[in-house]
Design a protein around this ligand. Structure first.
Ligand code: 13P
Length: 258
């Protein structure tokens, strides 16, 4: 698929802190990121941090006024009710979140989340006025079996709610075998899957909607490999785990956006 003009999809550099960060460290990290962002004369990317639920309120206050977006790592599909331990999308929106990650492979695996569950969570995030960052990606076994394209197609079709658009949806392609392993797809492999995702997105979103939707790459992205991955025509940013926990590395990834 033809690459869109750069202005159509401003890269999004997103940090998924996962289950990391007690208050002092988490606030220091958020402040460090915000200060570095504010110190940049110009930048070609948007930046998002997704701390654990426990830090969202404090991080929001700590980076108030900085050009840093705040997101959560999950939400419940219902807006309220008897769901002990869960957090509803409107609660996250009220805290200042603009984004919610849904369907991360760690949740699909550890919490048995199906595509239907992910779709319902994404719809809840969108319904609360936020952008759903919908994660998809094949396992190593599926890759070895040559099933990558089929898995990605199936997860995308099953996880994308009706009513999705380029403004309320971001897709994150995260091959499970690349998460936390130091391994990444080759640039050719990454571009091919991202192009496939964009082609699939044109079915529900139309050509213009698909061309305007950001598709992030996630899995062992770091300051050394980011430039090559972020230069791919259908890679519109990154969803970063480990390297997002160091402000210098996280910002260095952002600076790879051209
Ligand atoms: P790593 O960057 O640590 O591989 O994690 C990627 C990820 O799972 C982001 O959601």
């Amino acid at each position: 698929m033809t690459a869109a003009p750069a202005t159509l999809r401003r890269p999004l550099i997103a940090g998924n802190w996962k289950m990391n960060g007690l208050k002092a460290d988490g606030l220091a990290l958020a402040r460090d990121i915000a200060t570095r962002l504010e110190g940049m004369a110009s930048r070609r990317f948007d930046m998002l941090v997704c701390p654990p639920f426990t830090l969202l309120d404090a991080v929001c206050a700590a980076v108030d006024g900085a050009p840093l977006l705040l997101g959560a790592q999950d939400c419940h599909a219902d807006a309220k009710g008897a769901h002990t331990g869960d957090v509803a999308a409107p609660m996250l929106a009220e805290l200042g979140c603009s984004h919610v990650i849904v369907g991360h492979s760690e949740r699909r695996t550890n919490h048995g989340e199906s595509d239907a569950t992910v779709r319902a969570k994404a719809a809840a995030a969108q319904g609360a006025g936020m952008t759903a960052v919908i994660c998809i990606g094949e396992t190593e076994g599926q890759r070895d079996a040559g099933e990558t394209a089929a898995v990605v197609r199936r997860q995308l079709a099953g996880s994308l709610p009706a009513g999705s658009s380029a403004t309320n949806t971001v897709i994150a392609y995260e091959p499970v075998w690349a998460i936390g392993t130091g391994r990444t797809p080759t640039p050719e492999e990454a571009q091919a899957i991202h192009a496939l995702i964009r082609a699939e997105l044109s079915k529900p979103l139309g050509a213009a909607g698909s061309a305007a939707t950001r598709i992030l790459y996630g899995g062992s992205m770091n300051p050394k490999n980011a430039a090559v991955l972020l230069a791919l025509p259908d890679v519109d940013g990154g969803l970063i785990g480990g390297a997002s926990l160091k402000a210098a590395d996280f910002l260095a990834i952002g600076e790879c956006c051209r």
